[in-house]
Design a protein around this ligand. Structure first.
Ligand code: LLP
Length: 441
C-alpha cells in the first residue's frame, strides 16, 4: 500500500522522496509518513461503509495510534472523525481542527471521548467542546449526570461502553460469559445502567460501544460483537432510550511480516456491515448509525522509520549484531509485545541478501532489539535501514529513555516533504527539569 519505488540511484523512494535525501535533510532516525497511503486507507473505510452499510455510518480515527496536528489535519480532510482518550488527545485534535477552520459545532460532532478513568477536569473539557463522551463506568456516569444537573440547559451526548464477553487474540478468539477487562460496563448491569440513564434528563444516551482488541485477523469476533451489540441496543430502546448509534470499535490488523494475512479494509467493512444489518433484521429494529474506530489499519502501514547503521559486533558461530541510532525509545513495540517488523536497506535496494543479522537499538538494555535475525545485504556504517509499518503506536508510545531526543517526523507526498514533528533537542530534554535553589553554590 505504500507509494514506494526504487529510483535511479537504487534508493528507496516513498511519496516520491528519496529516503537518503530525507535523512540528509531531516536527520536520523526519522519517521516518514506517506500522506497518500493514509488518505487511501481513510477512503477505503469511508467508501466501503457507504457501499455495504445501508444506514448512516461514520469512521473515527483512534488517535492513540498517532496524534499530532498534521495527522489530525489529513484525517479531518478525509472527513473522518476522532476517538480521543485523554485531555491531551482532545486538546491536540481540537487545536488542529480549529486551525483547519472547522466550527465549534463541527468539531463537537467529530470527536468521541474515551477512557476508563477520565478525570473530572477532562470531563469538563469534553463538555465544553461538546463532543460525545463514551461512558465507561458508574463513577463517570454519576459525575456526568451531576455536572449536567448543575448546569442549566445542558444535555451531554453519551455512548455507553460495554464489555462484550468476546475475547480476541491474534490467532484465536474465545467467547466467554465473564470477561476480565478494566474497560466498560459489565453487561450484567445493562438494565441497571439503562434504568439509571432513563431517569437523567441531562444525559442524552445515543447508543452503545464495544471494542474487542487490536491486530485482529479474523472477521468472526466482530461479527459476533455486532450481534451482541444489536441485541443490547434493542433492550435499551425498550427502556425508552433513543439509541441510534452503534460503535463497533477498531482492531483490524495489518501486515507486519509476510506471514501476516489480515482481511482487507473492504472485507472487514463488508463483514461488519452485513453482520449489523442481519442482526437488526433478526431483532426487528431500525438500522443504527454504525461507527467504527480503527487506528492501526488507518496509519500503521503509512509510515516507515529510517535509521542509520553504526557499530557491528560479530560473535563467531552465534550472532552478528548491527546497531542503529534509535531503538526502543522510538519504537517500544518489539520489546513490549515481541512485535515483528520488515526491514530494507534503503540506499542499496537491489543489493543481494548475504547475511543474517540482528538489528539492535542503541539503548542500554539487552532487550533493545529492533529485529532479530533479519536477512540483509552486507551493511556498512552510514547505510540507511528502513523499518516498515511504523505508523501505529510508535511515535505515540515513544519515550526519552536514556535521554534520547525523540526523532523528527516528515510527511511525504508527490516528491514534497513537510516536517510535521520537529526533532527534540537536548534543551527540550531538560525543559521541564527544575534544579532546587539549595543545591546551587
Ligand atoms: N477503540 C478503542 C476503544 C481502543 O482501545 C483501541 C485500541 C482502538 C479503538 C483502536 O484499535 P486498532 O484499530 O488500532 O487496533 N499499543 C498496542 C495497541 C493498543 C491498542 C489499544 N486500543 C500496540 O502497539 O500494538
Amino acid at each position: 500500500p505504500l507509494t514506494a519505488n526504487i529510483n535511479a540511484h537504487d534508493h528507496l523512494e516513498i511519496g516520491g522522496c528519496d529516503l537518503q535525501t530525507l535523512v540528509e535533510q531531516f536527520g536520523s532516525p526519522l519517521y516518514i509518513l506517506d500522506e497518500m497511503t493514509l488518505r487511501t486507507a481513510c477512503r477505503q473505510y469511508r467508501d466501503n461503509f457507504q457501499t455495504y452499510y445501508k444506514g448512516e455510518s461514520q469512521v473515527i480515527y483512534a488517535s492513540k495510534a498517532w496524534s499530532c496536528l498534521a495527522v489530525v489535519g489529513v484525517i479531518a480532510r478525509e472527513n473522518l472523525g476522532f476517538d480521543v482518550v485523554s485531555g491531551g488527545e482532545l486538546y491536540t485534535t481540537q487545536k488542529a481542527l480549529t486551525q483547519l477552520g472547522y466550527s465549534c459545532q463541527e468539531i463537537a460532532k467529530k470527536i468521541y471521548f474515551h477512557g476508563n478513568n477520565k478525570s473530572e477536569a477532562e470531563l469538563k473539557e469534553a463538555i465544553k467542546v461538546g463532543c460525545t463522551i463514551i461512558v465507561d463506568n458508574w463513577l463517570e456516569l454519576q459525575t456526568l449526570a451531576q455536572l449536567g444537573n448543575d448546569t442549566p440547559n445542558l444535555t451531554i451526548p453519551i455512548l455507553i461502553r460495554l464489555t462484550p464477553g468476546i475475547e480476541c487474540h491474534t490467532h484465536e478468539y474465545i467467547r466467554t460469559g465473564h470477561l476480565d477487562s478494566k474497560f466498560g460496563f459489565d453487561p450484567n448491569q445493562l438494565e441497571a445502567v439503562f434504568t439509571y440513564i432513563s431517569q437523567q434528563t441531562s444525559l442524552d444516551c445515543r447508543g452503545l460501544h464495544a471494542h474487542i482488541g487490536s491486530q485482529i485477523f479474523e472477521r468472526q469476533p466482530h461479527q459476533d460483537l455486532a450481534g451482541v451489540l444489536v441485541e443490547w441496543l434493542k433492550i435499551g430502546r425498550e427502556y425508552g432510550l433513543n439509541l441510534s448509534e452503534l460503535n463497533i470499535g477498531g482492531g483490524l490488523g495489518i501486515c507486519y511480516t509476510e506471514e501476516d494475512d489480515p482481511p482487507s479494509i473492504e472485507e472487514w467493512v463488508k463483514a461488519v456491515s452485513e453482520a449489523v444489518m442481519k442482526a437488526c433484521q433478526r431483532c426487528e429494529i431500525d438500522l443504527p448509525k454504525l461507527i467504527a474506530e480503527p487506528g492501526r489499519s488507518l496509519i500503521g502501514s503509512a509510515c516507515v522509520t529510517a535509521y542509520t547503521v553504526g557499530s557491528r559486533k560479530e560473535i563467531p558461530e552465534l550472532r552478528t549484531y548491527i546497531a542503529v541510532d534509535g531503538g526502543m525509545s522510538d519504537n517500544p513495540r518489539p520489546i513490549t509485545y515481541q512485535s515483528l517488523y520488515r526491514v530494507a536497506l534503503a540506499n542499496r535496494m537491489s543489493a543481494e541478501i548475504s547475511e543474517t543479522v540482528t538489528i539492535a537499538g542503541k539503548h542500554c538494555e539487552s532487550g533493545d532489539i529492533v529485529i532479530k535475525d533479519a536477512q540483509l545485504p552486507q551493511t556498512h556504517p552510514g547505510d540507511i535501514l528502513v523499518i516498515m509499518g511504523t505508523g501505529a503506536y510508535n511515535y505515540s508510545m515513544a519515550s526519552n529513555y536514556n535521554r534520547l531526543p525523540r526523532p523528527a517526523a516528515v510527511m511525504v507526498n508527490q516528491g514534497e516533504a513537510n516536517l510535521i514533528v520537529r526533532r527534540e533537542t537536548y534543551d527540550d530534554l531538560i525543559r521541564q527539569d527544575c534544579l532546587p535553589q539549595r543545591l546551587l553554590p
